[in-house]
Write a protein that binds this ligand. Sequence first.
Ligand code: RFL
Ligand code: PHB
Length: 392
Amino acid sequence: MHTTVGIIGGGPAGLLLARLLHRAGVDSVVLESRGRSYVEQRQRAGILEQGTVDILRAAGAGERMGREGMPHDGIELRFDGRAHRLDFPALTGGRRVMVYAQTEVVKDLVELQLADGGPLLFEAEVTAVTGADTGRPTVTYRHEGREQTLTCDYVVGCDGFHGVTRLAVPEPVRTTYERTYPYSWLGILADARPVHDELVYAHHDRGFALASMRSPTVSRLYLQVPNGTDPADWSDTRIWDELDTRLGTGTGRKLERGAVTAKSVLPMRSWVTEPMRYGRVFLAGDAAHIVPPTGAKGLNLAVADVARLAAAFTQLHTTGSDALLDAYSDAALRRVWRAEHFSYFMTTTLHTDPEQSPFLTRLQLSQLDRIASSPHAAAELAANYAGLPFEE
Ligand code: RFL
Ligand code: PHB
């Protein structure tokens, strides 16, 4: 089999890239190692930036999001017994975010691709990408019990943090930057009305807490926990009690305790690999960078990468110019590093390090007070959270 763009990974990055290329008349094949239902059920991100919403709409994937997604105009910060709301449209000149889960984005994109797109193969595990520096990179994969090959004009690795495409960039060319954090998140999904109409980010001596949502009747809640925490050590009652303590009372309702339908622990990591291109192989999304989830940037960065790549392949297809492909890595990394900084800032401002000194706590509270009292400080947070405009 041969295709113009071989896409490794059918997460949000790979699926959206396939959709954007399809609309531009560029053919592609998507190879995804997992099965369809696994990919559609994986609980992950929940917040879409304005630019992400715009791109999904332009890709023809905005219909259900328009009906079921919940536009949000702000978030609430809770700290030191106070609650402070950030009004995004007022602080950013009209930008807002959308609560629409990654699971739903993936379901919508899979359905569109299977209806009229190029091949999307599930249970097709890529084992190697070779020939990045030749005119015809080759992808080797296992599907239906057989080893198969796909030759491509270009390959895009959208295969996440544990993917293999990155290995096509030779070791001497690759630089990796990494930071780990001395805490994780315990996340639950609960059949309970959200505690507030907007997301609540809470700083607390006992650790960070976040109240998010999936719908008007389903809450998504997170607690900072030590690394290595076993979710089995956290009974539902213990989780609700701790959420009550850390979220405190803000402008919202009393926390409603509903049935807990999912419980898991997620590690926190900042990680970037450079460059995001080698020869005819490109990297996008979590295959090239990871952020801790506190700034809600992971999914949005993946979308920004593939929007940029789709524009570059479209330029090549329509004009023969590879100028945008050549600019891809540097331009994408500029946005990546902004999001890395913002995610690091949100994480270290809101979490309590197990070794934290009272001095550092005072600095965090001073920073939060500054955000609550200075429109300039608030505007900087809001601009990053609601998302910087997508440039060409
Ligand atoms: P994904 O979603 O990881 O998709 C990669 C896809 O590639 C497949 N794959 C392969 N396919 C073929 N051959 C191989 N050898 C392959 N190796 C891997 C995988 O099965 C998968 O389907 O990456 P993508 O598309 O770049 O999308 C990025 C987002 O998923 C990610 O940034 C966010 O979900 C990050 N993230 C969160 N971000 C937020 O903004 N808020 C959150 O609450 C949030 N929670 C999370 C998260 C990431 C998590 N991971 C990755 C551990 C929670 C978790 C658990
Ligand atoms: C979520 O809804 O899962 C979510 C929202 C905001 C974040 C992280 C996760 O910062």
